[in-house]
Design a protein around this ligand. Structure first.
Ligand SMILES: *[C@@H]1O[C@H](CO)[C@@H](O)[C@H](O)[C@H]1NC(C)=O
Ligand SMILES: *[C@@H]1O[C@H](CO)[C@@H](O)[C@H](O)[C@H]1NC(C)=O
Ligand SMILES: *[C@@H]1O[C@H](CO)[C@@H](O)[C@H](O)[C@H]1NC(C)=O
Ligand SMILES: *[C@@H]1O[C@H](CO)[C@@H](O)[C@H](O)[C@H]1NC(C)=O
Length: 408
């Protein structure tokens, strides 16, 4: 998530949706066919029988300072996993910070200790009550427990390397933006990718790995992009040939235009997916201040030129971050979202909503910070805005023929 969002006031007393969702979760079991391993057929993601699988994901953050998937102080992990399915998603983009997999000291801190170190005493009580089997695990085992819960509940998982040093992402100067930055050593990154790919090789629901979120900052350049992204892709594939390899572009994952004239060179085929991010604030306040129809046409033109063209080249495009302020009061977001819905439906894209979290243990120094872009409310109990979810549900199932020509 890039830094341009408008400042949002913390307000924990907002009205919540009346539909009790996670709290009175139905316990019936859905039978969901195991979809893995996945591969690509032209611009589509397909399963082993060659049939399309649409990734309808929600982002679940596990890369902040505590290095524990958010919300475990509010709900048992299985309740959250089941709730994700009940909301109509079939998949989670689960973030991870590189250092969890490259720093053994960090990896072996217990969940309890990690909260203690940050003074998050209330969260410890919540975790003890809701996830007693996780609180004394090491951070790395806790991450595995979350993956296992999602897998046991037949949720597909995209493991996303969001950042190196645990903390909120992203800014140009946070030292995590591009290869060679303070916290972004390419060799260490390859080591971490290899470790994650190997660790989850036996977990069939881990269907994809996105190699690095939102490359950015003064060091970014195309030459190094090819050098390292190709290396990272090969490392992941060598360690775990089952997963899809997802590559993000430059400039906060908004720019893949360089691919147009220079294809990525890999030793393997049918596993490569590109990702793009698109928010209302990606275009400042333009939606609010100008004619939204004109803005929509203009912005989509740029988006297709910067990223959407990969569909025509025969690669899936995973819109791995998009979202709105769910209170419905942000005019810029509302107008953008109308445009987004039309685009995502027209191309029947794969996507991941930002975000699941109703609130964070600790984000940017604020304890229990409310997330107004979160599909769940502050307590991780109700759906924050059921009419939003209703609207989004249109995009949750596939509706286009797989072999339709997508060139424009
Ligand atoms: C592939 O997907 C189709 C449609 O959802 C499903 O019927 C089929 O069982 C799946 N095949 C495998 C091997 O998972
Ligand atoms: C590894 O993690 C520990 C615990 O967070 C930290 O104190 C240490 O500085 C880290 N080491 C490196 C090399 O980043
Ligand atoms: C790309 O960035 C790296 C690291 O900053 C630098 O060494 C290299 O010269 C840059 N290459 C180009 C073509 O700008
Ligand atoms: C949900 O979003 C809609 C706009 O999309 C807004 O009108 C409504 O007030 C929101 N509801 C809640 C409970 O925030």
């Amino acid at each position: 998530m890039p830094p341009l969002q408008i400042l949002r006031k913390k307000n924990d007393n907002m009205g919540s949706s009346s539909i009790f969702f996670l709290c009175v979760l139905s316990s019936f079991l859905l039978y969901v066919a195991m979809p893995q391993p996945l591969s690509t057929n032209s611009r589509w993601v397909v399963n082993e029988s060659g049939q399309r699988v649409k990734l309808a994901c929600v982002n679940w953050v596990a890369h902040l300072e505590v290095v524990v998937a958010e919300g475990l102080n509010k709900q048992p992990v299985d309740v959250i996993s089941k709730g994700i399915l009940d909301m109509g998603f079939n998949c989670v983009r689960l973030t991870w910070p590189l250092f969890l997999f490259t720093n053994d000291t960090l990896a072996s801190i217990t969940v309890r200790q990690s909260f203690k170190n940050l003074g998050l005493v209330e969260s410890i009580a919540g975790l003890q009550a809701n996830n007693p089997s996780i609180i004394d695990l090491s951070l790395i085992n806790a991450y595995q427990a979350v993956v296992a819960s999602l897998a046991n509940n037949n949720v597909m998982i995209v493991l996303d390397n969001q950042i190196s040093k645990p903390g909120w992402c992203c800014s140009n100067s946070d030292g995590n933006g591009f290869f060679g930055d303070q916290y972004f050593n390419p060799d260490l990154w390859i080591k971490g990718l290899t470790k994650v790919a190997t660790m989850f090789k036996g977990t069939k629901n881990v269907v994809a790995m996105s190699l690095r979120n939102e490359l950015r900052g003064p060091k970014q350049n195309v030459t190094d992009w090819y050098r390292y992204m190709q290396k990272g892709a090969e490392a992941v594939h060598a360690a775990n040939p089952n997963v899809l390899v997802i590559l993000s572009g430059l400039n906060y994952d908004k720019d893949l235009s360089f691919i147009l004239n220079k294809p990525v060179q890999l030793t393997f085929t049918n596993k490569l997916v590109f990702e793009v991010h698109w928010y209302g604030f990606s275009n400042g306040k333009e939606w609010e201040t100008s004619n939204p129809n004109l803005v929509c046409g203009q912005v989509l033109g740029n988006l297709m030129g910067n990223a959407g063209f990969v569909l025509g080249q025969g690669f899936p495009l995973f819109v791995s971050e998009f979202g709105v302020d769910m209170r419905g009061t942000n005019v810029n977001d509302n107008r953008y979202f109308n445009c987004f819905m039309g685009w995502a439906a027209e191309y029947d894209l794969d996507w991941a909503l930002w975000t699941l979290a109703g609130s964070y243990y600790l984000r940017e120094g604020v304890v229990g910070r409310n997330e107004y872009y979160g599909v769940l409310d502050w307590n991780w109990c109700d759906v924050r805005n059921s009419s939003f979810l209703q609207r989004l549900s249109v995009l949750q199932s596939p509706f286009r023929g797989m072999f339709e020509n997508t060139r424009k």
